[in-house]
Design a protein around this ligand. Structure first.
Ligand code: LMR
Length: 393
């Protein structure tokens, strides 16, 4: 049997991680995979996570199974974090999943299980694992234009033009905030016009929110998702706790399926639990439990929010420094969009051969499409990157 297998295409982000690790240069700079790093280049365990882990160690008296959907208290806490007060419990079906990718996968599986033949529309570009999982599941996919390569900002007219081609019942995948890979986001003033287009088409929005708290703040980053919740009759949301709680390897995520028809809830919830059972049975609990404890405890939550805000403003500061340094080095405003982007990433819009030269000659690693992880920088490396970019473009 195994002799029948052929090599899979490599995941470009993970391959870059391996290439970076193998590079012996001590001046190398990792701007690849989307993992937060502090000024020392470390991805620390957040203080509130440590506190919750200690409390859990002291208090937890069983590691027995919880439930196929995970702990309802986790879903409730995440519902509050993402939707605020805006969503009644009886509208929402929810399952805990192994990370945000697990939530995306289970959402796509739910679309497949519903069997309507829906096409899933992805932004062009999007996180490469979105199309890859769709292909693996044999689900039809299409793209809508999103990014204007010239200005490195959202091309709203093109996006709306393409959303008008969406058929009734199709699913449109949207990044809730901090668009990956571009860093270019819809403005709050654009939310309603996009939602109008989705509703006019009869589309089902599927929001991927993996970076809440990394852009403009916890509430601002949830505003698009909340606007969808207020106006769309049916939608899905896949959320990740990897980045905003810094618990990457704990694999903590949640999938929500929401309908204004409460009678659909029991069967939807049952189908989502069924899919968990088929794919991995019970979802991981440790990270979800920490998140629940933090969100439900005023002291731990305040400390988490404060640390997350430090992380966010630190990345924003680096963004502004990079934008200024690029202006000075290139003597142009070509890269001023870096200051307008939000989240961990910016797509710089430089050519693949320049990306390769940065890697080979300067030891600067970014994804081939010129996506950089801002958190991979610090005050010392910002000028190094700006200088190198000015040299290669
Ligand atoms: C990224 O885009 O770098 C992250 O979401 C990590 C991953 O799994 O690709």
């Amino acid at each position: 049997m195994l002799t029948n297998l052929t090599a899979q295409p490599e995941d470009k982000i993970l391959a870059l991680m391996a290439q970076y690790r193998a590079d012996p240069r001590d001046t190398k700079i990792d701007l690849g995979v989307g993992v937060y790093k502090n000024a020392e280049g470390l991805t620390p365990v957040m203080r509130s996570v440590k506190a919750a882990e200690q409390k859990l160690w002291e208090e937890q008296d069983s590691k027995s199974y919880v439930g196929l959907a995970g702990d309802p208290a986790f879903a409730a806490a995440m519902r509050g974090l993402i939707f605020g007060e805006g969503l009644a419990e009886d509208q929402v079906s929810a399952v805990a999943t192994p990370g945000g990718t697990g939530a995306i996968r289970q959402g796509f599986e739910l679309i497949k299980l519903a069997g309507t033949g829906a096409t899933v529309w992805l932004s062009d570009p999007t996180w490469p694992n979105h199309p890859s999982i769709l292909d693996h599941l044999d689900l039809p996919k299409a793209t809508y234009r999103y990014f204007d390569a010239q200005s490195c900002s959202v091309d709203l007219p093109a996006m709306l033009e393409d959303l008008a081609k969406v058929k009734e019942g199709d699913v449109v995948l949207l990044h809730g905030c901090c668009h990956n890979p571009t860093g270019a986001n819809l403005k709050p003033a654009d939310f309603d016009v996009v939602i109008d287009a989705l509703n006019a088409a009869g589309a089902i929005p599927f929001v991927d929110i993996a970076y809440q708290g990394f852009g403009d703040g916890l509430d601002a980053d949830a505003a698009f998702t909340r606007a969808i919740a207020a106006r769309c009759p049916q939608f899905l949301v896949a959320a990740s706790c990897s980045k905003n709680f810094g618990i990457y390897r704990e694999r903590t995520g949640v999938l929500f399926a929401v309908s204004d028809d409460e009678s659909l809830r029991t069967v939807t919830q049952g189908n989502m639990a069924f899919l968990n059972r088929q794919n991995f049975s019970f979802p991981p609990d440790h990270g979800a439990r920490l998140v629940t404890m933090i969100l439900n405890d005023a002291t731990m939550r305040a400390d988490w929010e404060a640390e997350l805000e430090d992380i966010r403003t630190g990345m924003l500061g680096l963004r502004m420094q990079l934008s200024d340094a690029l202006r000075a080095e290139t003597k142009s405003d070509r890269f001023s969009f870096v200051g307008d982007h939000r989240g961990m990433f910016s797509r710089l819009g430089i050519a693949p051969d320049a990306v390769a030269t940065l890697r080979d000659d300067h030891g600067i690693y970014m994804v081939g499409d010129s996506r950089i992880n801002i958190a991979g920088l610090n005050a010392q490396t910002v000028p190094v990157l700006a200088k190198a970019i000015a040299q290669v473009i």
